[in-house]
Design a binder for this molecule. Structure first.
Ligand code: MOS
Length: 740
């Protein structure tokens, strides 16, 4: 199948089928018994040498001198790679750039050397003995200062600017106006498993066992940097401990391990980045400045929406945070404008982090909507319902499916939204001011090209192969469910071989496209197997049902194993088709949060939170809920604690580890739940599913922030909402109450 066209009733629609069931992760036993090694622990490539990365301590300038003499003489050291002896490399591709190319420094944490030794400790000790002298300059590290020089970024997947109607006139004429600016900080992915690679060469071919979300894309970009034909680069990423976008591209560990292994005649070299290097030497989510203007009628109907966003990346890169993209499709309004501008700073490269665009864009838009609701004296849920568009308001194409309003209504009902007091600061529980907030959620539903190969062996075992990854999301499990359901086999009889570019190319995991893309390719491959099997029978194919190891049609059935012969093989492929353009495709949801704010200290405590979502067919109820709750947790972090603090004097990240970069822990999330409303998106893909991985974070933080305002009457527009930002407003409020 080459198009994501409507497919009618499918085998997956069978009543009581396996797809959708909340089965446990199929690789769970391997993980808890130590049989699912991450890249750094793999023994596939033999006896490795250990690399340790040395990074720049200045943000801007040049290396004047680098002395590796002492390091080279230390015990166990087999190689030191710097810009003085690094081999020539090829072109930067998809944000993967050659390293150690010269003395110029563009950010703190830029890799400047790799020390390779017999043991990790020897490499680390020798790395500390490398002496580097710099000629440094004062860095540019503050987005607000760089806004006057910000530029229109080059067109990426979507145009940086958009408009419809006449925003300026529409806004000027609107009876009710809101003009607010929100800021979000630099964030870091902070996934559990750090970046790590083992690389080894055989002749002019290199194999990398590496933590990578998209091995096929990584294969292409590494081939470019290493100046090899793509076929000579093999990536293996079987088990991955989270990514959140950090591992969309190969990072310094992969490039440096590959370069060093080549210099050592092919001996495997393994490199893991330290936690601090994960923050400093790889990619980040850009900070943003977002101005939102909303013009409305007194009844809440929006007349004009503008969302302008500024973000930054390192000099020479063009990635920008698409913060205003979701605003293009979320609410009706005749006059609209979005714009993105990009500044260049002496900070690490910006790139995708979970729900790039929507995650931070909705932190601004959905709080602005809350502010507008307050200005109109209208319930925030009702304000959104009144601005529900009949079709995509910018692209002017139909939605494939859109269930935002049902999510809002059901969420409000389940959460007890009717108990919310519209007047801020009117609910008190002892020391705590208590408030409720809500937000809409929306995330683009993309499909990526993917292939899969399946083989049915005579014993009835089905093996599927594709260079797809499971980054902890449950890909192994949902793919097993799809294949098992298609062929009527138990899950235990299905084997998924993932993560190897030697197998058919797949989408990899990212952008919420992984399950739909790889699952659809697998679905198509299994359909072909079904055809082959049915061709060996005289059963009526139209009504054939594959179940319990048999294929049945009408009142006759046959044992599958009797039809397999010496084995059957098939391939499947999916590509985005017309429906990707002819329809506006998003997953939707609504978040509801209740917080308590300590009246004296400003400490914010989440009390409970609920997300109600639609994402087409749910492939595994337990894993989907996990994804949603994980995303919501991410959103709570964005609202209340997550921020990389940049020291403007030196351009370095102050809190670059998990001791000081705070993410929510269990104690921060006392009661959190996610619910999916039933849906099928016939136009999305053959599975009729939509992406989920990033939906949960979208809008989640805004619901928390809106609850804080409802609790206190204080609006903070600078994320995260730490107590220092809340205290002045709280003090003012208390003083006002004493006066009254
Ligand atoms: Mo995605 S940015 O890989 O979470």
């Amino acid at each position: 199948m080459e198009m994501n066209q409507p497919v009618g009733a499918t085998p997956l629609d069978r009543e009581g089928g396996l797809v959708g069931r909340p089965i446990d992760r199929v690789e769970g036993p391997l993980k808890v018994t130590g049989h699912a090694p991450y890249a750094y622990e793999s023994r596939e490539l033999g006896n490795p040498a250990y690399g340790f990365v040395v990074t720049a301590s200045i943000a801007r300038g040049r290396i004047r001198a680098i002395d590796a003499g002492a390091a080279e003489a230390m015990p166990g050291v087999v190689h030191v790679l710097t810009h003085r002896n690094a081999p020539p490399q090829g072109e930067k591709k998809e944000q993967v750039a050659p390293l150690l190319t010269g003395p110029e420094i563009r950010h703190v944490g830029q890799p400047v050397a790799l020390v390779v030794a017999e043991t990790f400790e020897q490499a680390r000790a020798a790395a500390a003995a490398i002496r580097i002298a710099y000629d440094g300059e004062a860095p540019r590290a503050v987005l607000r200062d760089a806004i006057p020089d910000a530029q229109v970024p080059p067109q990426a997947a979507s145009p940086p600017d958009s408009s419809r109607g006449d925003f300026d006139a529409g806004f000027a004429a609107a009876p009710v106006k809101l003009d607010v600016t929100y800021t979000t900080p630099v964030q870091s992915h902070a996934m559990m498993e750090p970046h790590a690679t083992i690389a080894a060469w055989a002749g002019d071919r290199v194999t990398l066992i590496t933590a990578n979300q998209m091995p096929n894309r990584g294969q292409g970009s590494l081939a470019s940097v290493l100046r090899l034909p793509k076929e000579n680069v093999r990536l293996i990423s079987r088990y991955i401990g989270g990514g959140f976008g950090a591992k969309l591209q190969p990072q310094a560990d992969a490039i440096l391990a590959a370069l060093a292994s080549r210099n050592l005649g092919g001996r495997p070299v393994k490199v893991a980045l330290t936690r601090q290097q994960c923050f400093d030497a790889t990619t980040r989510r850009s900070d943003t400045v977002q101005r939102i203007r909303l013009g409305a009628e007194p009844d809440g109907k929006l007349l004009a929406i503008a969302h302008e966003s500024w973000s930054d990346t390192t000099t020479g890169d063009s990635f920008y945070e698409t913060a205003a993209n979701a605003t293009r499709a979320l609410y009706e309004a005749p006059h609209r404008r979005t714009a993105h501008r990009l500044a260049h700073l002496d900070l690490p490269v910006s790139s995708s982090m979970r729900a790039p665009g929507e995650a931070v864009g909705l932190l601004a838009l959905e709080c602005a909507m809350d502010e507008l609701a307050a200005a109109l004296n209208l319930d925030p849920v009702e304000l959104r319902i009144r601005n529900e568009p009949a079709q995509d308001p910018e692209k002017q194409v139909p939605f494939s499916t859109r269930a935002l309003v049902p999510c809002l209504r059901e969420g409000a009902r389940l959460f007890g939204w009717e108990k919310r007091q519209a007047r801020p600061g009117s609910v008190r529980d002892g020391q705590w001011l208590v408030g409720m907030g809500m937000s809409a959620a929306a995330r683009l539903n993309p499909l990526q090209p993917a292939k899969a190969r399946v083989r049915l062996d005579p014993d009835g075992t089905l093996t599927a192969r594709m260079a797809m990854t499971d980054i902890g999301t449950g890909t192994y499990t949902i793919l097993s469910q799809i294949a098992a359901e298609m062929l009527g086999l138990p899950v235990a009889q299905v084997r998924m071989v993932l993560g190897d570019t030697a197998d058919p190319p797949s989408s990899g995991s990212g952008g919420s496209f992984g399950a739909a893309s790889s699952g659809s390719a697998l679905y198509v491959a299994c359909e072909e197997l079904r055809r082959q099997i049915l061709a060996k029978t005289d059963l009526e194919p139209a009504n054939a049902v594959f179940a319990e190891g048999r294929v049945a049609s009408g009142n006759r059935s046959q044992d599958l194993r009797a039809l397999i012969g010496a084995g059957l093989e098939a391939e499947g492929e999916i590509k985005p088709g017309q429906n990707s353009k002819a329809f506006s495709q998003y997953s939707y949801g609504a978040h509801f949060a209740e917080v308590g704010v300590d009246v004296d200290t400003g400490e914010i405590r989440l009390r409970r939170m609920l997300g109600v979502f639609t994402g087409g067919r749910i492939l595994n109820a337990k894993l989907a809920r996990s994804q949603a709750i994980g995303g919501m947790t991410f959103g709570v972090g964005a609202a209340l604690m997550e921020a990389v603090e940049v020291d403007p004097r030196f351009g370095h990240f102050v809190n670059h580890d998990l001791a000081e970069y705070h993410v929510p822990v269990h104690a921060d999330l006392p009661a959190i739940d996610a619910v999916f409303l039933p849906e099928r998106d016939e136009r999305a893909n053959p599975l009729k599913s939509k992406g989920l991985g990033e939906l949960g974070i979208c809008g989640a933080g805004a619901a928390v922030a809106n609850a804080v305002t409802n609790a206190t009457g204080v609006r903070v527009r600078d994320y995260p909402l730490t107590l220092d930002k809340l205290l002045p407003g709280l003090a003012e409020r208390e003083a006002g109450q004493r006066r009254a």
